[in-house]
Unconditional design. Structure first.
Length: 294
């Protein structure tokens, strides 16, 4: 009897041990499977081949001082290049252009580094860009058609803010709001007056139209990469006048305005690159610009 009971106890112990081992094995396999699934899901949320602005943001550090790419304090999820000479050069249309901003919709806004030939903003002396102005027609027809095919395909039709602004404005937020009061969609446009102001990294001295234009212009000319010895048009009309628009940085002003039928000014085209463009290299320096996949 004792031997039978002993055998039964040993058998029961073996069954318990085997059951515990099996349970531990099942738990271990289940945990490993769960971890693998979590890892797969996590990797699925990572953009392995980012394009557009996301690609640029992976390549460039966002800064808070000096020359470089800053988070825009006026528009969420937007980044802008500031300073006298940040590394914001990009090869587009087999030419040097410069990056103005990474937009919240993942597009990249760029400005031609060199100016075009002198021409009036509008020959009929109206500052209504959407009418369309003669410069609007030239840029979106003749000039657009002159771009190489790859460049045309990389441009996206995008919203432009063409609202009129006040000459003496000392509140950049209200100026941006005024610019957004009127919109136009197109392939090629010009920079806004606020684009020029926001390209300056000295916010305290140059952060508004009044400060940069009337008070500290001698400083503000030297703390933005948009400085140019040429007089070139913006897209921003002068509030209260039907035939004046602003132009940036020339002589003893950082921003001034003139009649749109003047032929002594020149355009610098500004375009939005599609969020699907691929950046294949470069550091953004003038001698090593960012490169786009053709």
């Amino acid at each position: 009897m004792r031997r039978i009971r002993s055998r039964r106890r040993n058998k029961q112990r073996k069954i318990i041990i085997i059951s515990i081992c099996s349970l531990l094995l099942i738990m271990t396999v289940g945990y490993a499977a769960m971890q693998t699934n979590l890892e797969i899901k996590a990797k699925g949320n990572v953009v392995s081949n980012p394009t557009g602005g996301e690609a640029l943001l992976e390549m460039v550090d966002v800064v808070t001082s000096g020359d470089g790419l800053y988070a825009d304090t006026y528009e969420e999820r937007r980044y802008i290049y500031k300073g006298a000479n940040p590394n914001n050069y990009i090869n587009f249309n087999n030419e040097l252009w410069r990056i103005i901003s990474v937009e919240s919709d993942n597009t990249i806004k760029i400005l031609r580094n060199e100016v075009l030939s002198n021409q009036a903003w509008d020959t009929s002396n109206s500052n209504n860009w959407a009418r369309p102005a003669t410069l609007n027609t030239y840029l979106n027809e003749e000039y657009f058609n002159s771009l190489i095919n790859e460049a045309q395909n990389q441009i996206i039709n995008h919203i432009r803010y063409i609202g009129a602004i006040e000459y003496n404005n000392n509140d950049l937020a209200s100026q941006i709001s005024d610019e957004k009061s009127n919109e136009w969609f197109g392939n090629i446009g010009l920079v806004t007056a606020s684009d020029v102001i926001r390209s300056n990294n000295d916010i305290n001295l140059c952060g508004t139209l009044r400060l940069s234009n009337l008070v500290n212009y001698s400083i503000c000319r030297d703390t933005t990469w948009m400085y140019s010895p040429y007089r070139w048009w913006t897209i921003s009309p002068y509030f209260g006048y039907s035939n004046y628009v602003f132009y940036p940085i020339y002589d003893d002003r950082t921003m001034d305005n003139d009649r749109v039928n003047s032929s002594v000014f020149t355009p610098r085209p500004a375009v939005y690159l599609s969020p699907n463009v691929k950046i294949t290299g470069g550091t953004g320096a003038e001698t090593d610009p960012f490169l786009l996949e053709n």
